[in-house]
Structure formats: C-alpha cells, structure tokens
Design a binder for this molecule. Structure first.
Ligand SMILES: [Zn+2]
Ligand SMILES: [Zn+2]
Length: 405
C-alpha cells in the first residue's frame, strides 16, 4: 500500500472527528472564525509556520522541505451553506439554517491530515508546501480574496492542486483528467423598460412583459443556433419578475440567469449574441434594456503536466482501476481563479455514502462517505511530494476540449 495511504488510514479517527466537529459547527463564507482557529491551532501544534486572516478568514501553512526547491500550493475550502440540515445524524449542524452540505467540512479535515503527514515527512522531500485553507468558495469570492491578500507570493507557488469529495461519483472512484473540467459561470441580469398604461389601453403602452418574454425565448436560441454543436454551453433563465396588477400593463420586467461555458471565445460569442438579441427585440417593440453581469467564475482547466503528476500519485494510492474519466461538469469551482494564475489540477474523489437521499450536494440530507477522507488526504499529500521531487513546472496551457490523449 502507498505510504501516504497507510499513514492516512492511521489518521482516520482524527480525520473523522475533525470532520464531524466542523459539521456540527458550520460557518458561512467569510465567517469561518471557529474553523480557522481550529485549523491554525493544529498547524501551529505541528510546528508549521501559520498565517491567519488570509482573504479575511483563510489560513495558510508553510511546510519547508529538507532543501530549497519548488513550491506547491494545496488548496482546500472551509465554508458551509445557508441550508437547514435534515440528515438527523448524531453530529448534525447545531446552527439552524447553516449546514456543511457540500463536503467542505471533509475538505478542511483532509487539509489538516495532509498538514500532519507532510510535517512528518518534510525531511524526505525538497521545496515547500503551501497549504491554503480557503474561505468562502460558495459564490462569495473566497479564492480572489486570498489572492488579493498575497497567497500567490512569498513564496510564489509553481503548481497547485485541490480536490472535492464528489457524491455523483461512487465512493472509491477518482477522477484526474486533463483539459476543461468544470465550467465557467456567469450570473446575468436583464431589465427591460417599457411604458406602463391601463390594461385596456395597450396603444399607450410598451408592454415590458411581452418584450421580456420574447427576449427570453430568443436568448434560448443562441446555444442551439449560434454555437458550433461541438461546443458546450448553457444559458438558463432562473427568475422572471414583472407587473403588479392584473389591469396594468407592466412598465418593467427583470429576469436573471446563468451562463456556463468552457471556452473564452464561446463565452464572448454568447454575450455578443445576448446583446444583439436584446437590442433587436427592444428596438422592434420600442423598449429599452440593461444587461449586467456579476460573479464571474472562470472554468477549471487542468494543466497537462500537473494532471500527469496527480494521476501518477492517485494511481499509486487507489490503483488504476479506481480511476475514471467523465465529460466535463457544468458546475463551477473558484479554485479556477488560482489555476488561472498557477498551473494546476483539480481532482474529484467519489464520496457517495450509498444511503438513499444522501448523495446530492447542497441538499439538506447530504452526507459523505467518511472512508474517503484518508484516501483524499493521501492523494493530495502524495501528489504534492511527487511534484516537489520531480520539480517540473506546468505547461502554462492546457488542451482544448476534445483534444484529450
Ligand atoms: Zn458547493
Ligand atoms: Zn463544494
């Protein structure tokens, strides 16, 4: 068995205890004060140089190897979600309305286990491991906040790795694959302004509902008619609000939604067509519009060399038969902000607990298979050491979808 897996299996009780403690005390993005204090206390006890307050509530631990060499950044996230837990587990959330419903409690525990293992073996490898416990992954900009507070400097990492416990994947299966892996996400909002009037006098009105409804229908033709069929994209309208009374023609309609893309040119084309369709529809009906974008998260694009390193380490830990390839996921992950600046690889570790209804992320009944905590910790630690021993830097680019080897 791989040395890191052996050691991680020894740490299994600690990993589970840490995870259950974080699960019992979930904290939302940028509020991870208790979690960060426990992480920092653990790192300091191990003699690891520790910085707190990184990106507000993040923690960074710096583990120096036996001689100078490259730096690898390992990133885990710590935040919970505004979900009211309904698992009935003995270690369920004690805070109403907050829950670790994505597995970040497990990620924090994994990071602590990795810290322990790498602190123990630091006399055996060169270079430096920078362990980032990131706040606020769930749409709040935690990765950017840690970058703004200098996590990519002193020392600057040469490569980065992160992982997610992933329930759509059977427990024990692992994904390490090159190229586009998780989609870029945009939140867009459209407001259409017409002219309100009495419902019985449409000739005096510009009906914002009619214009917006037409626009929503037409926006859905972009993916099917303006993109090459080989490209992947999603445009979904998630909310639509207009009107206040049955006999008043609405003056304004507002709808918003999300875009998911893997390729910057595809995203540019989508946005360009959205502008053109909205301008055309509004001109036809004598209305006006505003199109605004918020909360952009870039795509996770796994660097080829980083992926090879992680793949070799994961193969050692779980065996080649446990590895799986999938089509890229439409969900987003803000580790991409770091991976846009430092070549890296994002790994998925299957953690489906196998209990009916416990498998869905962000669901009130979500749970993970705790047996995967040591597996994930071993993969991350083994990947870091393999990189440091090889000392290779990334390609700085990755393959486009469909160009996989
Ligand atoms: Zn999530
Ligand atoms: Zn997550």
């Amino acid at each position: 068995m791989n040395d890191y897996l052996l050691r991680a299996q020894d740490l299994r009780d600690e990993l589970v205890a840490w995870r259950r403690d974080f699960h019992r005390h979930p904290e939302l993005g940028f509020e991870e004060h208790r979690t960060a204090a426990i992480v920092a206390g653990h790192l300091q006890k191990l003699g690891i140089e520790t910085t707190t307050g990184v990106g507000k509530t993040g923690v960074v631990g710096l583990i120096e190897g036996v001689r100078p060499g490259p730096t690898v950044l390992l990133r885990v996230d710590m935040d919970a979600l505004p979900v009211h837990e309904a698992t009935g587990l003995p270690f369920a959330s004690e805070t109403p309305g907050k829950m670790h419903a994505c597995g970040h409690d497990g990620h924090t525990a994994i990071g602590m286990g990795v810290a322990q293992m790498l602190a123990e073996t630091s006399a055996n490898w060169p270079g430096c491991v920078k362990l980032l416990f990131q706040p606020a992954e769930e749409g709040l900009g935690g990765a950017l906040a840690t970058i703004a507070s200098g996590v990519l400097q002193n020392p600057a990492p040469d490569m980065c790795f992160g992982l997610h416990l992933w329930n759509p994947l059977p427990a024990g299966r692992v994904i390490v694959q090159p190229g586009p892996f998780m989609a870029a996400a945009d939140h867009f909002e459209v407001s259409i302004r017409g002219r309100g009037a009495h419902g019985a006098q449409p000739e005096l009105a510009v009906d914002a509902i009619l214009v917006a409804a037409e626009a929503v229908g037409m926006l859905h033709t972009i993916v099917s008619r303006n993109l090459p069929p080989q490209e992947t994209a999603v445009l979904s309208v998630g909310s639509f609000h207009a009107g206040k009374a049955f006999n008043v023609i609405a003056e304004e309609a507002i709808f918003d939604g999300t875009l998911r893309t893997f390729d910057a040119a595809v995203r540019d084309r989508l946005i360009e067509r959205m502008q053109a369709i909205l301008a055309g529809v509004c001109q036809a009906y004598e209305a006006a519009f505003d199109l605004r974008f918020f909360d952009y998260t870039p795509a996770v694009d796994n660097d080829l060399i980083a992926t090879r390193i992680a793949l070799a380490a994961a193969t050692e830990v779980v065996g080649a038969e446990a590895l799986l390839q999938i089509t890229p996921l439409m969900v987003a992950e803000d580790m991409s902000e770091i991976m846009n600046r430092v070549p890296g690889c994002y790994i998925m570790v299957g953690a489906d607990p196998g209990t009916e209804g416990r498998g869905t992320h962000h669901n009130p009944r979500f749970d993970i298979d705790e047996a995967q905590l040591p597996v994930a910790a071993a993969i991350l630690a083994a990947t870091a050491v393999r990189f440091l021993e090889q000392g290779q830097s990334g390609t700085g680019s990755s393959m486009k979808q469909g160009e996989r080897p």
